[in-house]
Structures are given as structure tokens and as C-alpha cells.
Write a protein of this length. Structure first.
Length: 278
């Protein structure tokens, strides 16, 4: 897309009409000019140009000055325009935030389970939650997903948020996230990637993330679901950290016992269990 066309579309999102954007951008290129010249330069019909200029004057984005009986038009300096738009949108967003939170919290029921579908939408939603974390993030997450959340996780850590949990992958760059042992063994049994992300101990997103558009997770603030998810991650951490501290013989004995427990719990046949990677 042409850069100017892209900028026009962006400025339209800020509440300006296409003609208003074209008038302003053309004034930046050449000013002061009268309405006739601006109409010719911008392609805005002469029948519309003064209406457009009046709108821009009312928004204090364009100013007029009469010189020698001719009305000349000047643009607001870009730096001042950006500041003005930011202030306007801050006021708007603050008003919306105040009203919507009031309405929402009056109706809020924290035990609701909200289903989110589609991997891209799930990742975007979790990144939004991470961006709002204040104290602590707990995760049980695979390499494929953490790569799509890395920027938000790094930003959270920089602002003092603690990030802990379990990592399924080979390239773990987070000192407080423990790499899960025996990844190939785990994946051969489960054949899916699961994800848990807990934000500040008050909300959790959990579910299957490996099915592309068919991926599906639940998001909830239900205290029971949050606590259960915390316990799951804590238990996984304890098992993995305990295994890492054992010597080779002890670890072999421990993993053999763990395998037996899993086999008995899930009711795997010998043939099924032997097909899993070691």
C-alpha cells in the first residue's frame, strides 16, 4: 500500500474524514494557501472544500488568516497535532474506561468460564493479559507459544513482574522457568500442546493450543480454577526440580517409578506404553 494512502487510513481511525485528512496533509506540503488552491492541490471538490476547512478549524487543526482580503489557511504543527490527538483520546478512553468498568463490575461474576477459539486469537488475548500483569505470571507453556509471547513477557519482567513455571522445549532463556524433563516422552504420550497462563493469581487461561484455528482455551477468574492451575504448575515444578537434583542411578529409578504410576493411572496396556518414547 502507498505510504500516503496508509497514513490517510490511519488518520481516519483517529476520527477525521478522508477529505479532512487530505486537506491537512496538503497544507503541510504547501501553506499558506487559499481554499481554491487547496481544493486544486488536494483533489477535494470546490463545493466541499470550505465545509472541510470549517470542520478542521472547529477541531483547531487548521487556522485561517485574512491577508489582503484573501483568506489563507495554515496547518497545525504536526507535533502539536499528535499531542492534541493523544490528549483527546486519553480523555475519551478514560471516560469509556470509567463507564465500562462501572457497568461491568456491577454485573461481574468471577466464576464464569469464557471460551476463546483459534490460536492467533488466543495468543493475542494472552499477550493482552500479560501486558496488564502487576506482580506475577505463572506458566506451563511450550516453546512454540512462548516465542509468540516473548516480547510481552520480557516487557513484564522489565517492569518487575515475576515470571515462573514450566517450559516444554529446548531453548529456554528464562532463568525462573524450569525446562521440563523428557520432552519427547511427554509429547509421544500426549500428542498435543497444552498451555496454562496465570496472571497475578487471579485469572487463568488454559487449554489446548496446538490445533491452529481449532485450538480452544478457557479464561476464568474463578478462584477454584485458578488455585487448581497453580497447584498443577507447582507440582510439575517440584517433580522436575527433584528429578534434576538426583544422581544418574537415582534419577533412573525415580523415572521408572514415575512411568509405572502413569501407566497404572491411565490404564495403558504394555503395548501402548512401550510405544512411548523413552
Amino acid at each position: 500500500m502507498d505510504k500516503k494512502i496508509s497514513i490517510i487510513e490511519d488518520m481516519k481511525k483517529l476520527g477525521l474524514s478522508e477529505y479532512e485528512v487530505k486537506a491537512y496533509l496538503n497544507l503541510l506540503e504547501e501553506y499558506p494557501v487559499n481554499g481554491y488552491v487547496l481544493s486544486k492541490n488536494s483533489g477535494i471538490p470546490r463545493s466541499r472544500i470550505y465545509e472541510v476547512l470549517d470542520n478542521l478549524k472547529n477541531k483547531q487543526i487548521v487556522f485561517e488568516q485574512v491577508e489582503n482580503d484573501t483568506t489563507q489557511y495554515y496547518p497545525l504543527e504536526p507535533k502539536l497535532l499528535i499531542g492534541k490527538l493523544k490528549n483527546n483520546f486519553d480523555d475519551i478512553l478514560n471516560n469509556v474506561d470509567e463507564y465500562t468498568k462501572k457497568v461491568y463490575y456491577e454485573q461481574q461474576n468471577d466464576n464464569k468460564l469464557i471460551v476463546i477459539k483459534g490460536r492467533d486469537k488466543i495468543i493475542d488475548f494472552v499477550n493482552t493479559l500479560i501486558s496488564q500483569a502487576n506482580k506475577r505470571i505463572a506458566v506451563s507453556i511450550w516453546e512454540e507459544e512462548i516465542n509468540d509471547m516473548r516480547a510481552m513477557l520480557d516487557a513484564a519482567i522489565k517492569r518487575g513482574v515475576t515470571v515462573k513455571g514450566i517450559y516444554f522445549g529446548k531453548n529456554n532463556s528464562y532463568k525462573d522457568i524450569v525446562s521440563h524433563r523428557r520432552i519427547e516422552r511427554y509429547l509421544s504420550e500426549k500428542s498435543e500442546r497444552y498451555m496454562i497462563v496465570i496472571i497475578d493469581g487471579i485469572q487463568v487461561v488454559s487449554g489446548i493450543i496446538s490445533r491452529g484455528e481449532d485450538s480452544q482455551v478457557t479464561w476464568t477468574k474463578d478462584a477454584g480454577f485458578v488455585d487448581m492451575s497453580e497447584d498443577y504448575i507447582a507440582h510439575d515444578l517440584m517433580v522436575n526440580l527433584y528429578s534434576k537434583k538426583l544422581d544418574e542411578d537415582q534419577r533412573e529409578e525415580f523415572e521408572a517409578y514415575s512411568d509405572k504410576v502413569r501407566k497404572d493411572y491411565y490404564g495403558f496396556s504394555d503395548e501402548e506404553f512401550n510405544n512411548f518414547k523413552i
